[in-house]
Design a protein around this ligand. Structure first.
Ligand SMILES: Nc1ccn([C@H]2C[C@H](O)[C@@H](COP(=O)(O)OP(=O)(O)OP(=O)(O)O)O2)c(=O)n1
Length: 476
């Protein structure tokens, strides 16, 4: 029988790596499993042995901070690390960088708040007996010289932002049954190959710093551009078709493309309508004001074109979120109102507000939406209705503006987790999750996870009526 291929490719280890000879125990507490996995892979490349338990062999502990360390490891077990050199290490761009200004003699138990500089620093505590090379406070304890540069702080800052972002996701108003989504949840380290982190939009950046060799997608793109150049090339104007020289794609200058793009930016106007309007002879937004065939939503989209295009700063969304919750609570005690979308993902600005509503009792959400919207209109928070659709007896959606606020209400409690995921996004995560579900024979949408029938001729199967129920996003 052929030997089994290991399922997971292990990260290549550098036997001469900067941490070769160390036996490291990674403290999981305080680190998101995904981030821990990335750090673990980076560390492995630097040559240490990584122990799964805090055995006697362990020479170094890596933890986010003293608090996280003490939460996971009893103080007595750290006795042997007492009074030895501790230096925060930053693993960045595949290199271990030691910031000398932080080198100090310290004992773990004396760490103060001040010394916990940022969440992104890894603290290394080298036990005396294993750290014979350690000389003075001024020198890194490792024999290899390590580049110390401004890059370090750049990397740290980048990581800090990312952390702030990820934690903001979890700072979202608590939702029924979802309190276990906290980033500090302990979970076993998963050493499977890297897969996109659904909740972390910047993970790609981190991945590129690992040993990662993706397919050459640029080539596909340049080939397509090459074809476009040939199509749009003007033989008499050979200087004017290269993207770099012109600063834009040639076809972006084309009046038809430009007009259709502009019209398509009006809320409610899709590509087909935009083309129709172009063919009617319209060229500017002002022209459209006279068009009778526009729907009410399109008309509002046109009226507030500039407003709608402006992104809303996070602090303003925060204020609106508080107000939305207060008004909701005044109407229906215990109602759960979460602002999803980019706000819940911790973004600095948001295109709109995506409000997801349910009630823990599974019943009272019914009829809530109309009272809620009326109330918000009375106080002039909402001024115009764009769309109101009812998908079923229980699920209805409304998108009023001027605050461009999308309200998803009446999401019954038992499918709420699906709604939360879908309306928190981002869209890439949603596509990724749906594909994943499909690959396992399911259909996933904002109302549930359903076993799928077998499709034929390359078509997707239809979804069965049985719904699988899950309480939290994590379970989904
Ligand atoms: N094509 C799309 C569009 C949206 N969504 C989901 C994920 C989004 O996060 C959520 C809300 O959509 P928005 O268009 O409001 O997008 P965001 O809130 O993410 O960003 P923005 O700040 O631009 O509003 O809906 C999706 O799955 N697929």
């Amino acid at each position: 029988m052929a030997p089994k291929t290991p399922k997971n490719k292990s990260t290549p280890q550098d036997p001469d790596g900067i941490l070769a000879g160390m036996v490291v125990f990674l403290v999981q507490n305080g680190v998101q499993p995904r981030r821990l996995q990335i750090r673990r892979q980076k560390l492995v490349q630097m040559g240490p042995a990584i122990e799964e338990r805090l055995s006697k062999r362990v020479t170094h502990l890596f933890a986010m901070n003293s608090e996280a360390l003490l939460k996971q490891v009893a103080a007595e077990r750290l006795e042997r690390f007492k009074g030895v050199k501790g230096s925060p290490l930053s693993v960045a761009r595949g290199q271990l960088e030691i910031r000398r200004r932080y080198l100090r003699i310290c004992t773990i138990l004396k760490w103060t708040e001040k010394e916990i500089t940022s969440q992104t620093s890894l603290y290394s505590l080298a036990p005396k007996e294993a750290n014979k090379n350690a000389t003075s406070d001024e020198e890194p304890s490792h024999s290899k010289k390590i580049r110390s540069s401004s890059e370090d702080s750049k990397n740290i800052n980048a990581e800090s932002k990312e952390d702030a972002k990820s934690s903001a996701v979890y700072d979202a108003p608590s939702t029924p049954g979802s309190s276990d989504d906290s980033p500090s949840t302990l979970s076993p380290v998963n050493t499977s190959p890297l897969t996109p982190d659904p909740f972390n939009e910047d993970v790609d950046t981190m991945q590129t710093s690992l040993l990662y060799s993706p397919p050459d997608l640029n080539r596909t793109i340049t080939e397509i551009f090459g074809k476009l150049v040939n199509i749009f090339r003007d033989p008499g104007d050979s200087d004017n078709w290269e993207v770099i020289q012109a600063g834009a794609l040639h076809f972006e200058k084309d009046e038809k493309v430009r007009t259709i793009t502009l019209f398509g930016e009006v809320w409610g106007i899709g590509p087909a309508t935009a083309l129709k309007l172009y063919e009617t002879g319209y060229r500017t937004l002002d022209d459209l004001k006279n068009e009778n065939s526009l729907t009410n939503s399109q008309r509002i989209g046109l009226k507030y074109f500039d407003d709608i295009k402006q992104r809303i700063p996070r602090h303003e969304v925060q204020e609106m979120d508080l107000l939305l919750q207060k008004v909701g609570e005044d109407i229906l005690h215990g109602v759960n109102i979460v602002c999803g979308g980019s706000f819940r993902r911790g973004k600095a600005s948001c295109g709109d507000l995506d409000i997801i509503i349910t009630h823990p009792d599974g019943r009272s959400h019914r009829g809530f939406l109309s009272k809620y919207v009326e109330s918000l209109k009375d106080m002039k928070f909402l001024t115009e209705d764009l769309i109101f659709t009812t998908h079923s007896e229980e699920t209805c959606r409304k998108m009023p503006t001027l605050n461009l606020c999308r309200v998803f209400s009446g999401i019954p409690r038992d499918i709420y987790a699906f709604g939360l995921i879908a309306w928190t996004g981002n869209d890439v995560l949603n596509r990724w999750l749906r594909l994943l579900a499909e690959s396992k024979g399911f259909r996933l949408d904002d109302t549930g996870l359903f076993p799928a029938t077998h499709g034929s001729g390359g078509k997707r199967g239809t979804r069965a009526s049985t719904i699988l129920k899950f309480n939290t996003e994590k379970e989904v």
